[in-house]
Design a protein around this ligand. Structure first.
Ligand code: NAP
Length: 625
């Protein structure tokens, strides 16, 4: 344990420090013994030290604190009047208990005048009081009591005061589960939730779920929560994304200190994260935009974690994040520093985009199979696929959903066909527009959800459509399986290309293979194919550069075509599959009709065009009229 007794000269730091040392058996050190001679000479002559004089002294102490912390601990008497000095003192080791010895200037002056051996001229006291920035954290002791009494009071406060290593704001689905996960890994955690109407008991309810022996403290008052954290404070924010985050940051900033670290673990937009990162950097507060995937269960047992921001601040929170994250098949943590600024939230957004399209592919398969098969039969088909390379978490839960009954009825059959969304799918699509890449599968999945929401309109119009479209052909399940594999590859191709493009544009140096690796467990899109992808990206930039994958797509192209035809014939919306196939045809077609687009653009807007037989940097215009 490192205890630093701070306060102006003459407040009794040495006396109390030595007494405390005897009582708690932690070695005592006097900070003044570490001053360089030049400082001692200056002080003896009655000249105040300036910050330049103090810097080497504070850095020497910081180094020693680090050494003492690794040994028997220390009780250090050190004036540490200003916050910047305290920050320097804790620059190597932050888990420090501060004890501020405070008293009136008259009392201290009186004491100094009685101490002939003290090398400090009493008239420097006033300037020390001027410099003093009393901390609003740690233990505060009034020195008017006897040294014995003060020491006993410190000991009793020390017993009550063990600060938490980590803080979590927001005890919703994710925040609660992550807090339990962090506590389970042995970290002392403070948790905070605002008091919203009818939610007064949220914190106490949460605390009642915490296992005995775990170090978890609950707060509904933000300042007390912040003060309960050791420094630099490490605070994970798990609240609703958007304005609530900005508003919380505004409230938090005055309570924080330089070097503290805020981690936004919600689904924030990466451009918002970029802005918040810069805003907080100006205030010397580190900001980590952190994607978290895995839902409630993942958060509790091990999510996939995608933090972005400064590598140095990541290193400080890494022990916690890496401990709570899922582990890949080799036992490595599914958490890496993804890249600078908003890189973590960008990668999480793409994860969700891929997830949207994966879910839509399964929904379209379900629609096609449901024409001729019941839930159990569909579940049996998908269970068979799940034993192959098509195995995935989403396939697994789909099988489970298909078989689940409540009161003798399949739950699935009772659910209204209106899909919700929280925006991350459309963000991916917008990002693809901004970056000039293709992610038609994600956008088709987003639009499929939008169309589903027009239930009333669909109901009304469906009555006007011929109803005798009964399935006539037996569906070829093996062919559908091949088409599914084909479409999943294109979906992943689109998602990973989007990340590659962002990496280049924003200079993020994303390690694509490592991103695939942290998605092999804990997250919603974990799958056998993701495991294969880790290896693919160790060798190739893109899926289509891998000859095995390319040949597989060539070989199974006819299967996706057949299933699209089947969906057309039976009037089943099948847009995610269509999008996959269209992208494949276009990317493998040498001549597209974009020459006509260029001619039209030049015709009405004089936008110019390049020619098939000219240099790439040559542009032409035709006088069309
Ligand atoms: P949740 O269960 O709805 O909980 C939301 C939390 O945010 C609650 O603690 C709530 O406090 C707090 N909150 C809401 N508005 C607030 C405001 N204006 N100011 C302060 N606090 C506010 O949400 P969740 O599922 O835990 O999700 C939290 C974040 O993680 C979101 O960004 C979400 O998109 C993301 N995420 C969720 C999942 C998932 O599977 N659920 C997965 C990955 C990421 P009250 O209780 O007082 O309202």
């Amino acid at each position: 344990m490192i205890i630093i007794l701070l306060g102006v000269s003459g407040c009794g730091k040495t006396t109390i420090g030595k007494l405390l040392s005897q009582k708690v058996s932690i070695p005592f050190f006097d900070g003044d013994d570490f001053h360089p001679k030049s400082n001692i000479d200056k002080m003896a002559k009655g000249i105040s030290l300036n910050d330049e004089d103090r810097l080497p002294w504070l850095l020497t102490l910081a180094k020693n604190i680090e050494i003492w912390a690794g040994g028997n601990g220390a009780i250090l008497a050190c004036s540490a009047l200003k916050e910047t000095y305290r920050t320097l003192l804790t620059s190597k080791f932050s888990n420090v208990v501060w004890v501020h010895l405070s008293g009136s200037q008259d009392l201290i002056k009186d004491r100094i005048e009685k101490r002939s051996e003290h090398f400090m001229a009493t008239d420097l006291l006033a300037s020390q009081f001027n410099d003093l920035e009393a901390p609003d954290y740690g233990i505060h002791m009034d020195i008017s009591e006897s040294p014995e009494k003060i020491t006993d009071n410190i000991i009793s406060k020390l017993k009550n005061m063990n600060q938490s290593f980590f803080g979590v704001i927001g005890l919703g689905v994710m925040g609660s589960s992550l807090s339990l996960n962090i506590a389970e890994k042995g970290y002392a955690v403070s948790v905070y939730n605002r008091i919203a109407p009818e939610e007064e008991h949220k914190v106490t309810d949460f605390l009642s779920k915490v296992d005995e022996g775990k170090q978890v403290k609950g707060f509904t008052e933000l300042k007390a929560f912040v003060n309960s954290l050791e420094r630099p404070r490490k605070i994970l924010i798990m609240i609703k994304a958007g304005y609530a985050i900005d508003s919380l940051i505004e409230t938090l900033v005055p309570l924080l200190s330089e070097g503290d670290i805020l981690i936004d673990g919600g689904n924030s937009h990466y451009l918002d994260t970029n802005k918040r990162f810069k805003y907080l950097k100006d205030k010397q507060i580190h900001f980590i935009g952190c994607g978290v995937s895995g839902g409630e269960e993942g958060a509790r047992k091990g999510p996939s974690i995608m933090p972005g921001g400064d590598k140095a601040s990541y290193e400080i929170v890494a022990p916690v994040l890496e401990a709570i994250a899922a582990k890949d098949k080799n036992g490595n943590t599914c958490c890496i520093h993804v890249g600078a600024e908003g890189a973590g939230h960008f990668v999480k957004m793409v994860h969700n985009g891929i997830e949207y399209a994966e879910m839509q592919l399964l929904a379209e398969i379900y629609a096609l199979l449901a024409m001729t098969k019941d839930n159990e039969e569909i579940a049996a088909i998908l269970s068979d696929w799940h034993t192959t390379d098509l195995s995935s978490y989403l396939l697994e839960i789909t099988i489970h959903i298909l078989k689940t009954k409540e009161n003798g009825k399949y739950v699935l059959d009772t659910i209204l066909d209106k899909a919700g969304n929280k925006g991350t799918g459309s963000w991916s699509t917008k990002a693809a527009f901004d970056l000039g890449t293709v992610n038609t599968m994600m956008s088709s999945a987003v639009f499929a959800r939008y169309i589903s929401s027009f239930k009333e309109k669909r109901k009304q119009l469906s009555k006007l459509i011929e109803k005798d479209l009964k399935a006539v052909d037996p569906i070829n399940v093996n062919s559908l399986k091949e088409a599914y594999r084909f479409a999943r590859i294109i979906n992943h191709y689109q998602g990973f290309e989007l990340m590659r493009s962002a990496s280049k544009t924003y200079n993020w140096h994303l390690n694509i293979s490592e991103i695939a690796r942290i998605w092999t467990n804990g997250c919603i899109i974990r799958s056998k194919f993701m495991e294969q992808s880790v290896e693919v990206f160790k060798k190739y930039e893109s899926y289509l550069d891998n000859p095995d994958i390319f040949e597989l797509l060539v070989a199974t192209e006819k299967e996706i075509r057949m299933n699209i035809a089947y969906s057309l014939f039976h009037r089943v919306p099948f847009d995610a599959f269509w999008s996959a196939y269209n992208h494949w045809i276009a990317i493998t077609t040498e001549n597209l009709p974009a020459n006509l687009i260029q001619a039209q653009r030049d015709y009405f807007g004089a936008h110019t065009y390049q020619k098939v037989d000219a240099q790439e940097d040559q542009f032409f215009h035709t006088n069309w009229y």
